[in-house]
Design a protein around this ligand. Sequence first.
Ligand SMILES: Cc1ncc(COP(=O)(O)O)c(C=O)c1O
Length: 404
Amino acid sequence: MMKMTNTDTTPYKYGPFLDLGLAATTPYPLNIKINSAEGVWLNCENRGRLFDAISGIGVSNFGHGHPYIKAALHEQIEKNLHTMVYGEFHHESTIEAASLLSSFLPDNLDTVYFVNSGTEAIEGALKLSKRITGRHRMIACIGGYHGNTAGSLSVSSNSERKAPFLPLLPEVSFITFNDIQSLSEIDDSISCVIIETIQGDAGVIVPSEAWMIKLREVCSKNGVTLIFDEIQCGMGRSGRPFAFTEYKVTPDILCVGKALGGGMPIGAFVSSRANMKLLSNNPVLGHITTFGGHPVTCAGAVAALKLLKDIDFVALERRCDMWEQKLSSHSSVKCVRRNGAFFAIELKDAETTSRVILKGLEIGVLMFWFLSVPSAFRLSPPLSMSDEEAEIGIAMILEALNVA
Ligand SMILES: Cc1ncc(COP(=O)(O)O)c(C=O)c1O
């Protein structure tokens, strides 16, 4: 415990995270100390109250510490925690979470494999596509982000972030998102095409319906598995439960994560029963996880999925439209891209973006950077914010923008 008692007067030798015995992910972490969190608010020891305008990067969609989610977790904790690795025992919460998740999805997405994170859902989906097709070549999109393990990094597009870790998966090629001509690269040698339905890290890029329909058509014609990553844009973020339903196309595999657990760590890949059966033979245990489908995590997912059914998407759209109008009218904003409650705000340059985000922290609102678009900042507020909270949040964001 001694290691944890750094005082404010002790100069950091290596940076605060390293001095506390934690691995730092950047040399300049925000170092916000959280005491508690409730609804849209983070209560911080060293920053006071912060309006969370990013929901922990698309996780706390139903607000922090939702009483319904907390009660579901407590109830499951009283029953049992981990008992056995995924797939051997039945837990009521795991089965209910799978059935609730598939109740939002078309008939061919009726079988769920729960894992521990978004990136693992992608790994599972890529492996499954190899079993479905017997092929290994993959196509992903420029601007796409799918995670940070070896497979998911291979299909992510930011080459600077991949360079030190090469070689990754072989024979992955990248096409232009939302470009009809690029689809000619998909042929019957390809195992899968993976896309984010709405590109998040690229700065909230929304594809056209024509492209989505053609993409589905070309994949079906060539026997290529189509994978939609809704890890960030799913679970209500797009202003509907799952973003792809807008396009009248269905993927062969859907990946979900982030908000699915109601704040607990989870991921899932979902496909048809016939496809998923392929992971049970040749070899048996085609994907293995110790903690996937954890009963407590899945109790969080059951509660989150029930809350998703109750989201008032009309009211959410009204609040987010109001944010968009006000943001677009600010003289420093070059453009706003939005889908539902998922925003990218483009400013002059990277330096201005950082200035605005840091000013926000001073004023009391948490906004954040994109990994791959330095001239923009992200907003993804809790879907549960009220009219009054939406007004408080946008007032602080506009005030922060005045330093741009
Ligand atoms: C679209 C998308 N896919 C995959 C991931 C990876 O999820 P995780 O960080 O839970 O591994 C993320 C995370 O930000 C994401 O936004």
